[in-house]
Design a binder for this molecule. Structure first.
Ligand code: PMP
Length: 444
């Protein structure tokens, strides 16, 4: 297996040479909150798959739902008016998580990148239907990540996910993120920084001319960019500015939904109702590739009332609303509610964040400790606290590898160690992650 991994797999998000050096090599099993590799080592999954295995690896109700659905109807998706029974039930359930009173329609996709693509397209189409065809540009945050497709890559803030593929979509502009550790204003106070970023957003809108902008897309809490927890006032401020200028607000909730931030959605965590919300990942807990875009009633009405034909949807996927995915999602959401994972995420998130802060007092190579919104935490590693020079790749790899050998899988993203464990983990599991990280950091 190891030889064929090296020879035949093209690893996403990695240099072909680097990817082979990273642990863990090959995962062959998963149970509860732990994963087991091909060498028989079992570790706590501090990454929760890829921020998606919220309920752990042995969720019996989901397995049962998938197997029953496979027997009953293995395929019939949503296309040109035809659908299956399950997605109708699911769309109703999803409202409860995102906005019980306002995001009533769901457009189903096969994952997060697909959802981002659909949301951005719908935003442009919405303005066209309303006779504002000049609204074509998109705004996003410099630390934002919105997937792999061409529109998503165009709004991705991190140049590492963009520049290889340029020229991408013109008219995508990136706003400073509320990132206290590094920002162009030299501001460390989260509230003041939020205000400065909001002012930068206003400036960009003015510079671009609001009548040319279709939508702003943002993660309520930035994830892949290094877990950047914003001040509480940031997302409501963005909402207010977007509404003032007729710009749609798309919440990319691919990571932040279903309890991850200690609330049922990231937007709800901040008391914001977006115009659209993109969801994927934990919607099926990893059991099936699946996603959705939740769409506001106001947008739906504009499309419904169109008589020009401009509102006909020209996008859809073969697997939009796959019945097995929908069955998995319904079972997942029921379990998510039954176990009330958002409360455990909040409690364990506090414990994890506090433990990471303690590590921050011990190790000089920790430049910044981030958390505070459920089970999304990060350590930013530097080689020098004064200059904030990022730690080198080999050293952060040693932290990860040693932590893995000591019992916990953690994720490396640039010079950050990212933690997003399953939301069902226990106090002991958090301690295992912290002890493993302590050993990893100690090794450097
Ligand atoms: N948006 C965000 C915020 C994400 O974190 C991701 C995946 N990490 C995506 C979109 C893309 O989702 P997918 O990998 O399911 O296409």
């Amino acid at each position: 297996l190891k030889e064929n991994n090296a020879r035949h797999l093209w690893h996403p998000m990695a240099h072909p040479a680097d990817s082979l050096a990273h642990p863990p090599e090959i995962i062959v099993g998963g149970e509860g909150v732990s994963i087991t590799d091909v060498d028989g080592r079992t570790v706590v999954d501090g990454v929760g798959g890829l921020w998606n295995v919220n309920l752990g690896y042995s969720c019996q109700p989901v397995k049962d739902a998938i197997s029953e659905q496979l027997d009953r109807l293995p395929y019939y998706s949503i296309f040109r008016g035809t659908t299956n029974d399950l997605v109708i039930e699911l769309s109703y359930m999803l409202r409860e998580f995102f906005a019980p009173d306002g995001l009533s329609r769901a457009f189903f996709t096969s994952g997060g990148s697909d959802g981002v693509e659909i949301a951005l397209r719908l935003a442009r189409q919405y303005h066209k239907v309303r006779g504002e065809a000049g609204r074509v540009k998109f705004l996003s945050l410099k630390k934002g990540y919105h997937g792999t497709h061409t529109l998503g890559a165009s709004v991705n803030g991190n140049p590492n996910f963009r520049t290889q593929y340029e020229p991408l979509m013109p008219g995508c502009h990136h706003i400073p993120s509320p990132y206290t550790y590094r920002n162009p204003f030299g501001e460390t106070d989260p509230e003041k920084l939020a205000q400065l970023c909001l002012a930068a957003l206003e400036d960009e809108i003015k510079f671009q001319d609001s009548s040319t902008i279709a939508a702003m897309i943002m993660e309520p809490v930035l994830g892949a960019g290094g877990v950047i927890p914003p001040h509480e006032s940031f997302m409501p401020g963005v909402r207010e500015i977007c509404s003032k200028h007729g710009i749609l607000l798309i919440a990319d909730e691919v990571i932040t939904a279903y309890g991850r931030t200690g609330a049922w959605s990231g937007s709800r965590r901040f008391g914001v109702q977006p115009d659209m919300a993109v969801t994927a990942k934990a919607i099926t807990n990893g059991y099936f590739p699946f996603g959705a875009v939740m769409i506001s009633d106001a947008i739906s009405e504009v499309f419904e009332n169109d008589t020009s034909g401009k509102a006909t949807i020209g996008s859809g996927y073969t697997y939009s609303g796959h019945p097995v995915g929908a069955a998995a999602a319904i079972a997942c959401l029921k379990e998510t509610e039954r176990l009330n994972v958002k409360d455990n995420a909040a409690k364990r998130g506090e414990q994890l964040h506090a433990g990471l802060k303690q590590l921050g007092e011990t190790y000089d190579l920790i430049g910044d400790v981030r958390g505070g919104y459920g089970l999304m935490c990060a350590l930013e590693l530097v080689s020098d606290r004064d200059t904030k020079a990022p730690i080198d790749k080999a050293s952060i790899s040693t932290v990860q590898k040693t932590a893995y050998d000591a019992g916990a899988m953690v994720r490396v993203s640039g010079n950050n160690i990212i933690l997003s464990p399953p939301l069902i983990l226990s106090e002991d599991d958090v301690n295992t992650i912290l002890t493993a990280l302590d050993k990893g950091l100690g090794a450097v």
